[in-house]
Write a new protein. Structure first.
Length: 72
């Protein structure tokens, strides 16, 4: 399943790159991109575990950028 989410408070391109790299390491994620300029996350992940994967994604994002929030 491929979905697009808005991000709130991504402060820099470097943070976006760190988030993207960490998200792509999560088991079940086929591909993820984090765009600093548009403040968007596009994620392609396993359908069966999508909500569980998104919980992990939110945890990873919070670790890299504590003020950032995924708008679901």
């Amino acid at each position: 399943m491929k979905k697009k989410f808005n991000l709130d408070e991504v402060d820099c391109a470097n943070c976006a790159a760190k988030m993207e790299a960490a998200i792509n390491k999560i088991e079940g994620v086929n591909e993820a991109t984090v765009n600093y300029m548009t403040q968007k996350l596009i994620i392609d992940a396993d359908d069966e575990r999508f909500e569980e994967i998104m919980d992990e994604v939110c945890a990873v994002i919070a670790k890299v950028e504590p003020d950032c929030e995924v708008i679901r």
